[in-house]
Design a protein around this ligand. Structure first.
Ligand SMILES: NC(=O)c1ccc[n+]([C@@H]2O[C@H](COP(=O)([O-])OP(=O)(O)OC[C@H]3O[C@@H](n4cnc5c(N)ncnc54)[C@H](O)[C@@H]3O)[C@@H](O)[C@H]2O)c1
Length: 448
């Protein structure tokens, strides 16, 4: 090797080791903010970039807008140098930039990369030599190489190019998927191995060095596409298995078998089986969305991802199944949905989180309203619910002090703060989509 060649990753590696490296995290949401706090705990000075001025202001006043993150954590990070900004000019001061912006689907169920491209276009003019740019947003294989790299190359005025090895001038680019499981406290974030794929081994190793400061283990792979596909495989695996148990639940209901009891028995097998649970439909920013990033990309290769499509069909049908079961339960009491007062218990897409993105509760409320039901909701995490990308509800939280006024209470999210025994005792009819009333025996309960 020519010893006169300059290793352009050396200085950033040194700064990572001494914690002098400046890390910018773009997107201060459910992924970006906790990541910023982890780096802050490791004594890095973090700059959080966000286009939402309210988030920037809240953070700079030492406040938090995510329930499970306390203001004290933001204030501790501030002491370590954390600040938030909407000013992309500060990107030039960063050694590492990590992008954690949304990747939703558009109205045609196709990938909407506009947040990623918007972010990359804002970063590009401020790029400088030797910087490392990492994409964390979940996306289809090829995004980093086919979308992010060209935009960065075209958008920077100094004509910088992606550096494919440590000795080439330019900037480094990598992809590393986020693997967080919101509300799951059984695994510390630090213990979740971090998968990293780079545009070349130098970018991969530099990104791995950054993450090794906050994760106990990094798993390096040969390309960004492998890392992108890894994340999709994990989420498709969940999506397909949830669809399987959702379908089996419907069969078991007809056969008079309790699928939850079956799953509890099956999971005693010490190998070859992992428990997945049925529910009222998929929710959150990941499982209902990510698989369709791959089915969209597959079309470019003249390929149909049939498992994903079938799983999507079954899972998206679950809210309709809940409506059907609620209507049948009311029918048995000589009532109909039209004009009935229904309380939807739980708005969040899963237990104990303050996130209602893609939540099946939203669809269920809309479907109930379409049938003429008078719908209220209760969720300790949402005092009100207004408008979103896919819903327009304009509702206020209803306290649980007069459950008898409702013809039916539909348990959609099984928050652990609910006292299910009292709820059953005080309600006329309970439709339970989560097995939350397990162990409670009452003719008022309809499990579905
Ligand atoms: N939430 C999860 O549990 C989870 C888990 C794994 C992966 N992911 C993935 O991580 C990514 C981010 O998800 P999230 O849940 O943190 O989203 P989020 O909506 O909570 O946060 C995204 C943030 O990005 C900001 N933003 C949007 N465009 C921007 C721009 N051009 N410049 C600066 N900021 C911008 C938004 O204002 C918002 O604060 C997505 O791709 C998602 O699929 C999320």
């Amino acid at each position: 090797m020519n010893v006169s060649l300059l290793d352009r990753t050396q200085e950033t590696n040194r700064k990572i080791e001494t914690r002098e490296a400046r890390i910018g995290i773009v997107g201060m949401g459910y992924v970006g903010l906790p990541l910023a706090l982890l780096f802050s705990e490791e004594r890095f000075a973090i700059t959080g970039f966000d286009i939402d001025p309210k988030k920037v202001e809240t953070l700079n006043h030492g406040g938090s807008y995510i329930v499970r993150i306390g203001s004290s954590e933001i204030q501790a990070a501030q002491k370590a140098g954390f600040s938030a900004t909407a000013d992309y000019r500060q990107i030039s001061q960063m050694d590492v930039v990590i992008i954690c912006v949304p990747t939703p689907l558009n109205e045609y169920h196709e990938p909407d990369l506009s947040y990623v491209t918007g972010t990359v276009n804002s970063i590009a003019p401020h790029l400088r030599e030797g910087q490392l740019i990492i994409l964390e947003s979940t996306t289809y294989p090829g995004t980093t190489e086919e979308v992010v790299v060209p935009l960065l190359e075209q958008g920077n005025p100094s004509g910088l190019r992606v550096a494919r090895d440590a000795y080439s001038p330019g900037f480094f680019v990598a992809f590393s998927p986020e693997r967080e499981d919101p509300g799951n406290d059984t695994v510390a974030r630090r213990d979740i191995p971090k998968v990293v794929g780079g545009c070349g081994p130098a970018a991969r190793d530099l990104a791995s060095a950054v993450y090794k400061t906050i994760f106990n283990r990094t798993v390096t792979v040969s390309s960004p596409a492998v890392a992108e596909m890894t994340k999709l495989l994990e989420n498709i695996y969940r999506c397909v298995n949830i669809a399987l148990v959702n379908e089996l639940k419907q069969l078991c209901m007809r056969m008079g078998i309790d699928l939850f009891e079956v799953i509890d028995a099956a999971k005693t097998k010490p190998f070859g089986f992992q428990a997945f649970y049925p529910g009222p439909g998929l929710g959150g920013h990941c499982i209902p969305i990510d698989p369709f990033y791959l089915s969209w990309k597959a079309k470019e290769f003249d390929f149909r991802t049939r498992f994903i499509e079938l799983a999507g069909e079954i899972n998206s049908g679950m809210p309709y199944y809940v409506i059907e079961k609620t209507a049948l339960a009311l029918n048995r009491q000589s009532k109909c949905l039209n004009g009935s007062r229904i309380l939807v218990l739980g708005l969040a897409y899963k237990r104990d989180v303050d996130d209602l993105r893609e939540s099946p509760s939203l669809t269920i409320i809309e479907l109930l309203r379409e049938q003429g039901a008078i719908v209220a909701y209760n969720d300790p995490y949402f005092p009100t619910v207004g408008h979103g990308r896919h819903y327009d509800l304009d509702m206020t939280n209803t306290p649980l002090d007069n459950l008898a006024q409702f013809d039916a209470v539909v348990i959609v999210t099984d928050h652990s703060t609910y006292d299910y025994k009292t709820i059953v005792d005080q309600s006329q009819l309970v439709v339970d989509t989560r097995n939350a009333t397990k162990g409670i025996h009452s003719p008022k309960i309809v499990r579905c």
